[in-house]
Design a protein around this ligand. Structure first.
Ligand code: AMP
Length: 364
């Protein structure tokens, strides 16, 4: 592991990004605005981030020659997604500074380790139990109760690797559906709302959180984000406190998102952590058009050792994802006054795939 120093990179320096999807694309666009270059490392030649950068490597994550050359050409390395193989991250971190520290990935790539980490900070999560075989699943159902959600410990996203078990349902069906992969069983949270906090932490430990975002999912995929979230100020303050304490506990550098449930508890509301994303996040896309600094620029500033900006929201903001064929409607959005449209250049729409988003800002 290379020692981290806090000297800021000069304009013209190169930030390496592992992953070539829309998050890398928007990171590179933000970097370019402030005079920094990006070198994208993608595993697929048709990755949409490759369209916006001058330097790119297309190779598998296990290709050590390609990784070594990539590291040589970068001043610092970051990533756009959390499932970068741990061997790739540690190979690179012996050659170049990798931020956020790859040790964060070991925690967030595994739902069980992540939950234990959150609990160790005295932050509440949904009730959960580890499951490694069918008999442990029955014990877990007995302990947690139904309804519950069986989730694979690794590689789940957008509702993939999850199976709900309803009251009276058959746990064995869920176990078979997830092919016997190591799982956790999570009690179903009858949440009132889903929210997220996107927080940036600089190399010097400074913190800047964006306003709490309220998120609406459709078919387990984020559909709409609204800011500010319709929650009382003390609940929003608690959500920000949770996200900032997670970032600090990781000694994190960059942007981190924490997804949370807001639960009614009598007359009060409680916040539970659902998931941590050690990267820029879809629920922060509104910051490109709805804030004086975007989550992408904050991430680039943090990993480049620049001071973080103080984000100022420009009004009430709504961000709508264009999923699959919805992107074919882009001409309709072009005609909507005040709508800022983003298309990710992913080619023909694929059902369930995030193809773009639209942001609208209204006076507060
Ligand atoms: P995840 O991949 O864990 O973020 O889950 C995707 C979505 O499934 C969440 O945003 C929630 O809408 C829903 N979900 C996940 N876990 C739970 C839970 N324990 N209780 C209720 N809904 C959940």
């Amino acid at each position: 592991m290379l020692k981290r120093d806090n000297a800021p990179l000069p304009p013209g320096a190169t930030i390496g990004i592992l992953g070539g999807g829309q998050l890398a694309r928007m990171l590179a666009q933000a970097a370019s605005r402030i005079g920094l270059n990006c070198h994208v490392y993608a595993t697929e030649a048709d990755s949409c981030a490759l369209e916006v950068v001058k330097r790119a490597t297309v190779a598998p994550y296990a290709d050590q020659d390609a990784l070594a050359r990539f590291a040589k050409g970068c001043d610092v390395i970051t990533y756009e997604f959390e499932n970068v193989p741990s061997q790739t991250a540690s190979f690179l971190s012996q050659r170049k500074l990798v931020l956020p520290d790859p040790r964060v990935l070991a925690t967030t790539q595994d739902r069980l380790i992540e939950k234990e980490f959150v609990e160790s900070l005295d932050i509440a999560t949904a009730p959960y139990a580890p499951v490694i075989d069918a008999s442990q699943l029955f014990e877990a159902v007995h302990r947690i109760g139904l309804p519950a959600i069986l989730k694979t410990r690794r590689f789940g996203y957008d509702g993939k690797g999850q199976h709900r078990i309803d009251a009276g349902g058959d746990p064995a069906t869920a176990w078979r559906a997830l092919s016997g992969a190591p799982c956790i069983l999570e009690g179903f949270v009858p949440f009132e709302r889903e929210i997220s906090v996107v927080v940036a932490r600089g190399r010097d430990g400074s913190l800047q959180s964006f306003d709490v975002t309220e998120n609406e999912h459709r078919d387990h995929i984020l559909k709409v984000s609204r800011v500010p979230a319709a929650i009382p100020d003390p609940v929003a303050a608690e959500a920000v406190r949770i996200a900032e304490s997670i970032a600090t506990a990781f000694d994190y550098v960059g942007v981190l998102a924490v997804e949370m449930f807001v639960l009614r508890d009598g007359t009060a509301q409680r916040v539970l952590v659902n998931e941590i994303a050690p990267r820029v996040h879809n629920s922060g896309h509104w910051t490109i058009d709805g804030c004086t600094v975007s989550q992408f620029e904050q991430h680039i500033r943090a990993v480049a050792g620049w001071p973080l900006a103080v984000p100022v929201r420009l009004g009430r903001v709504e961000m709508v994802n264009l999923i699959g064929a919805e992107a074919n409607d882009y001409t309709r959005w072009l005609a909507v006054p005040g709508a800022a449209i983003h298309l990710y250049g992913k080619g023909d729409p694929v059902p369930g795939r995030k193809m773009g988003h639209v942001t609208r800002v209204q006076a507060d």
